[in-house]
Design a protein around this ligand. Structure first.
Ligand code: FAD
Length: 105
């Protein structure tokens, strides 16, 4: 049993069955974002958190950031998630600087 989502075939709990001719199968689980609780922040249609363009990795809520798999458009790889987290720190510093010094005039 398969489920189609974004052109991929994933999980299997929607009651649909189809037979697929193939020589091998790779199972990929755990890729759905757990963002149901996240209110006030814009998500894409699949529940991933939208970021930018005002500041890299900043969500639609100023001062709130997202990095890694939960971020819409991210690479969904360990190295990318670590790099995004490190890069997001620069944006955090910008926001903290504005709060301490006030906006540039
Ligand atoms: C089956 C599978 C195989 C993979 N294989 C590879 C691979 O071979 N190579 C590779 O580079 N990448 C692989 N990945 C992707 C890799 O695991 C992710 O890119 C990486 O873990 C993303 O890191 P992250 O910190 O963004 O998210 P996660 O590692 O998913 O960390 C998010 C954490 O937040 C926690 N969390 C969620 N909601 C809440 C909440 N409300 N409050 C508190 N905590 C919360 C979760 O429990 C989790 O611990 C694979 C992923 C899967 C699912």
């Amino acid at each position: 049993m398969v489920r189609r989502r974004l052109g991929r075939r994933t999980g299997a709990d929607v009651g649909e069955r189809e037979r697929i001719a193939c020589r091998a199968i790779f199972c990929f689980v755990g890729a759905d974002p757990a963002t149901e609780w996240l209110t006030g922040v814009e998500l894409d249609e699949d529940g991933f958190v939208l970021t930018g363009p005002a500041l890299p990795f900043q969500t639609s809520m100023p001062g709130v950031f997202a990095a890694g798999d939960v971020r819409a458009g991210s690479m969904k790889r360990v190295a990318a998630a670590v790099g995004e987290g490190a890069s997001a720190v620069a944006s955090v510093h910008v926001v903290l600087g504005r709060r301490v010094e006030g906006p540039a005039t």
